[in-house]
Design a protein around this ligand. Structure first.
Ligand code: SF4
Length: 65
């Protein structure tokens, strides 16, 4: 599984890193930065990726296989 964040859509609500902090973190401006820089979701964190995607008000987070 891979996860990505569209920086052009992210407005820094922070829901992703509040709800799924093992995968998402704030950058210096409160926007979302991936904890895993290459976007590959570590085994066991798939649900965190889904939670982030499903709770982003801007639909900035996408998941692919
Ligand atoms: S929830 Fe969405 S808009 Fe908010 S910081 Fe995360 S990716 Fe950005």
């Amino acid at each position: 599984m891979r996860v990505s964040v569209d920086a052009a859509l992210c407005t820094g609500h922070g829901r992703c890193y509040a709800l799924a902090p093992q995968l998402f973190a704030p950058d210096d401006f409160g926007h979302c930065a991936l904890v895993v820089g290459d976007g590959v979701v570590p085994n066991g964190l798939e649900e965190q990726a889904r939670v982030g995607r499903d709770n982003c008000p801007e639909h900035a987070i996408t998941i692919s296989d």
